[in-house]
Design a protein around this ligand. Structure first.
Ligand code: F6R
Length: 365
């Protein structure tokens, strides 16, 4: 049932091109330059009229929510807040009638996320679910929603659910921008770029062997830092979470610019730092952050665009991936980080599919 792979996690990483195709299928209409999200048809007017969108989730789903915040604010110009579901539900949150709450949950059973949905409903606001498991509690209790359609995720560490959550949030952001903040030409361009993502993910996955070699070099590290900016700040958090949960290596993710406000004190030659340094509007700033790390003997692994040789002198390793418009890069940059965590964990003899102390769905609060 692992399809020839030694672990579910690797299978689920490797099947992301098909998983994303399934997630996008029937939803991107390149003929009419429109997005179709069947589950939202009846509530679209209310989402369009939202004063504010509040995304509630936990763990990896919360990281996807952060990408969603950047997407929805950029494309739809609707204010978005992203909340840890556990914090939201315990603090008597202020909700107004035109707020919309979106719960993101792979399992659809996470207790804190479900409690956040119930709190939102109690206060009478529209609730939406972005879930993978069909018929799960959160999918049933929300007013409307969108399924990921990526098939069961069995590895405890979430991989294909993350990329699909980001894909759904991208489609939602574009849907909200349709006929409002995006011209038809801009929409056509964005949809075409999104449709090309599964193939680009396929290309990134061919780097598996190269990433395994990098993993071998760093397998005994006891700390890791992950840094990214803009759309790739949440990816830095996700890369760090993947590594800590399956390899038990201490890892932290930060927005790259926050480094100088504290974490830079940790940097010495024993500190590997993973930078997401795509050639987007944040690139020059990220390069100066890389220089700061290198000046303190930190060992840098960078993820950047194919054809970018500028980082070779500074960095120990440069992982090159196909370029994409900046709003789509999280779907690509997260893949090497999933593979890096996976290979390091395997080399350390960890049980990657069933890490200690973790369960696939957290049904206690
Ligand atoms: C990380 C991971 C967890 C889950 C979190 C939320 O790899 O799997 O952090 O993302 O427990 O789970 P769902 O999405 O099922 O609500």
């Amino acid at each position: 049932e692992k399809g020839g792979y030694p672990h579910f996690m690797l299978k689920e990483i490797m099947e992301q091109p098909e998983a994303l195709e399934n997630c996008l299928r029937g939803r991107l209409d390149l003929q009419h330059n429109t997005v179709k999200l069947g589950g939202l048809i009846d509530v679209m007017d209310r989402i369009w009229a939202a004063d504010r969108i509040i995304i509630c989730a936990c763990g990896t789903s919360w990281h996807a929510g952060l990408v969603g915040e950047y997407l929805i604010e950029e494309f739809a110009r609707i204010p978005v807040e992203v909340e840890y579901a556990s914090e939201f539900r315990y603090r008597n949150p202020v909700l107004r009638p035109n707020d919309v709450v979106i719960a993101i949950s792979q399992s659809g059973e996470t207790a804190d996320t479900l409690a956040a949905v119930r709190e939102a409903k109690r206060q009478g606001v529209l609730t939406l679910g972005i879930c993978n498991v069909v018929g799960s509690t959160i999918a049933r209790e929300t007013d409307a929603g969108v399924y990921l359609h990526v098939g069961p995720e069995i590895g405890v560490a979430s991989t294909k659910a993350f990329t699909a959550q980001v894909a759904v949030l991208t489609m939602l952001a574009l849907k909200l921008a349709e006929g409002r903040t995006l011209s038809e030409a801009e929409m056509a361009q964005a949809l075409r770029a999104l449709a090309e993502i599964p193939d680009k993910v396929r290309q990134v996955l061919t780097l598996d062997e190269e990433i395994r070699r990098i993993a071998h070099v760093y397998r005994y590290a006891s700390n890791f830092l992950y840094l990214g900016r803009g759309y790739n700040f949440p990816v830095a958090l996700e890369g760090a979470l993947k590594l800590k949960e399956i390899s038990y290596i201490h890892a932290e993710g930060y927005p790259a610019a926050e480094m100088k406000h504290g974490p830079i004190a940790l940097i010495d030659r024993f500190m590997p730092v993973v930078f997401i340094a795509m050639k987007d509007r944040t690139y020059d700033k990220v390069v100066s952050n890389i220089e700061e790390v290198v000046a303190r003997q930190g060992s840098v692994i960078a993820i950047t665009d194919e054809g970018n040789g500028e980082l070779d002198k500074l960095c120990e390793y440069v992982i090159r991936i196909p370029p994409a418009p900046d709003f789509l890069t999280p779907l690509l940059t997260v893949i090497p980080l999933q593979l890096l965590a996976y290979h390091i964990a395997v080399m350390r003899g960890c049980n990657v599919d069933q890490p200690r102390n973790l369960a696939k769905s957290v049904t206690v609060e």
